[in-house]
Design a protein. Structure first.
Length: 189
């Protein structure tokens, strides 16, 4: 989708442009809401991980010898601490994101000032058929930017969801690993 030409939407009529603008802005907004929900779920998971690590640490400091329970709690502590670090590093880290709106200068820079009839002829050769105005041209070029922003946001949202899922799976598997280690220590040592 990154190879979408800037003039891709020049041949669209005004009604289609209005519809596509609304869809593009709504799409970006929904993706951002989904991303915010993923990060909120990550925060909740981080709270659980911190509580589990803290509890395990307190229990370990109360133990005097090394036995099967100490081994299991140690595995639990280390694994959940690694999950928490991974969660913070890959999911909760603050990253810049695309905005559904643009600054006035980004929308109306020097390239859009003073279109001549020759410019409009060039646009018409690419399918432009609307009334000759800067706004009509600008809206069509902005759609290509909205499309790129939506694609970038979708990729980021997919990445955050994938990383959050990995941490969830690792968090769920941690007690299983701790029980297996405890059982092995109990049976063989």
């Amino acid at each position: 989708m990154n190879s979408l030409p800037d003039d891709y939407f020049l041949d669209a009529d005004d009604e289609l442009i209005a519809f596509l603008e609304k869809q593009g802005e709504d799409c970006i907004r929904e993706i951002h809401q989904s991303n915010a929900l993923n990060k909120e779920n990550g925060q909740k998971l981080l709270s659980i991980l911190i509580a589990g690590v803290g509890s395990s640490f307190l229990l370990l400091t109360q133990r005097t010898g090394f036995d099967y329970l100490t081994a299991g709690m140690s595995v639990f502590l280390v694994y959940w601490a690694m999950c928490a670090a991974y969660l913070v590093r890959r999911v909760l880290v603050v990253r810049s994101r695309a905005l559904a709106s643009s600054t006035p200068y980004a929308l109306y820079h020097e390239g859009y000032k003073g279109f001549t009839e020759g410019d409009y002829s060039g646009f018409e050769s690419k399918g432009f058929s609307a009334k000759h105005s800067t706004l009509n041209v600008l809206r069509r070029y902005r759609l290509a930017d909205l499309t790129r922003m939506a694609e970038m946001s979708k990729q980021e949202n997919a990445r955050v969801g994938r990383e959050l899922e990995r941490v969830r799976i690792a968090t769920i598997l941690t007690p299983v690993c701790a029980i297996i280690i405890s059982a092995l220590i109990y049976l063989f040592f």
